[in-house]
Design a protein around this ligand. Structure first.
Ligand SMILES: [Fe+2]
Ligand SMILES: [Fe+2]
Length: 424
């Protein structure tokens, strides 16, 4: 085989491997970083950027720069990256590629012919004392040929010298960008499916708690408290996510409890209390027998969230670590939320008072390790409480964020101006 043939074969092989690796990453931000990293490695580019299409604009999503991050040190990367959007027009390099779907291989950014519709924006170079020379920009086309974004590689480097990007590589980079586009589409779909899945779970859980005067926000809070506590207890990311999805269903069994008992204002008789306790076994029966790991965990949680560490809980009187950890976690999260929230029949307790009760009951009602881990994560817990405030409370407090919105967050921040990213 000739040397050219051999090197082409190697490149195609490498590209195939990258394509496969991309399909394994489902988290969008991680995926975008990986696309730029791999494309830079493939072309020996010093820097690279990725823009995602959002309607009629391109959003600057990733920026990597080897030279500058070395100069700025380990935390310098963020200084290079300021979010902004570009209109999709032929005036910018990235915009031109998005409009025409052509590759643009520019040997020197500072000698673009006057008659070209696009120009090079020098502001990134000026701000960072960088010199952009060669730029290879390709569209990211998905399987339907839609422009999903634009990939831009900067300063191909051979033995320390910046050189133009090899024209022979253009098509391979274009193909890499399109594989990346498909992976981006998949990651978006996955996250959309997860979002819908979680939303459905919350609504089902809320239906069960609805009669009980617990609020829609209660199940969201318990879900997030439980996931946060599981993480603090050392659970891996996948199991933490399972917990997020499984815990809201802890009380679905209440759907099978008679209104006369569930809604009774006064004390329950011993018989009524016993009937009420059946919500654990009813819940586990509703959720049983599924192959879905989420439903399997929610069955376990529904069944065991009223067990107590000292064996005095129900329905089975399990003790200590015989109670599945998922149940011990949700027990802490559920009681914490009940105490700290205002209900028709009671006021809300303060944080210290609530924690005091949990600590007092550690080793009796609760797993002591779970209580300590929960208390240690109080900052996160309170952020969750504020994020998913009950509507009535939110309406009363002037500075409270709208339900479902993170407290104090202004998503995206304000754009710092257009076309200030590298290359653009
Ligand atoms: Fe319950
Ligand atoms: Fe609950």
């Amino acid at each position: 085989m000739s040397q050219d043939m051999e090197s082409f074969r190697e490149q195609v092989l490498k590209l195939t491997q990258v394509g496969i690796a991309l399909t394994a990453v489902h988290e969008l931000d991680q995926l975008l970083e990986m696309i730029v990293r791999e494309a830079r490695a493939f072309t020996s580019a010093d820097a690279g950027s990725l823009y995602l299409r959002e309607g009629d604009s391109l959003r600057f999503a990733v920026s990597q720069n080897e030279t500058l991050s070395r100069r700025l040190g380990p935390d310098g990367e963020d200084e290079l990256f300021s979010p902004f959007t570009l209109p999709i027009t032929e005036h910018s390099i990235a915009g031109y590629v998005a409009v025409t779907r052509k590759n643009l291989n520019i040997p020197d950014a500072y000698s673009i012919p006057r008659e070209a519709p696009y120009g090079f924006n020098t502001s990134f170079d000026e701000r960072n004392d960088y010199r952009t020379r060669s730029i290879l920009t390709v569209p990211m086309l998905d399987h339907r040929g839609q422009v999903l974004g634009v990939l831009q590689l900067i300063n191909a480097t051979v033995t320390g010298q910046v050189v133009p990007f090899e024209p022979e590589r253009e098509d391979l980079v274009r193909s890499l960008a399109s594989q990346a586009a498909v992976a981006v589409n998949n990651a978006r779909l996955t996250s959309e499916i997860k979002r819908i899945h979680l939303d459905t779970i919350y609504r089902l859980a809320m239906a069960a708690e609805y009669k009980d005067k617990d609020t829609a926000q209660h199940v969201r809070r318990v879900s997030n408290y439980s996931a946060s506590l599981a993480r603090r207890l050392g659970w891996g990311a996948a199991d933490v996510e399972l917990m997020l999805y499984a815990s809201p269903m802890h009380d679905v069994g209440k759907i099978g409890i008679a209104d006369a008992i569930l809604l009774k204002p006064g004390r329950l008789t011993p018989e009524e209390r016993e009937a009420m306790q059946h919500h654990t076994t009813i819940g586990s029966r509703i959720l049983a027998g599924s192959e879905s790991p989420v439903l399997q965990m929610s069955e376990l949680v529904a069944w065991t969230h009223h067990e107590k560490w000292d064996g005095s809980g129900y329905p089975r009187g399990l003790k200590g670590k015989d109670i599945p950890q998922a149940g011990r976690i949700v027990a802490v999260a559920d009681v914490f939320d009940a105490l700290i929230s205002k209900r028709v029949y009671k006021g809300a307790l303060g944080v210290e008072e609530t924690l005091g009760i949990l600590r007092q009951d550690a080793g009796k009602h609760f797993d002591p390790e779970a209580v300590e881990a929960f208390a240690a994560g109080m900052d996160e817990v309170l952020a969750i409480r504020d994020r998913y405030r009950d509507e009535e409370q939110a309406a009363k407090s002037e500075c409270a964020p709208a339900p479902g919105k993170p407290a104090g967050a202004s998503p995206g921040g304000s754009p710092i101006g257009q076309g200030t990213g590298q290359g653009a």
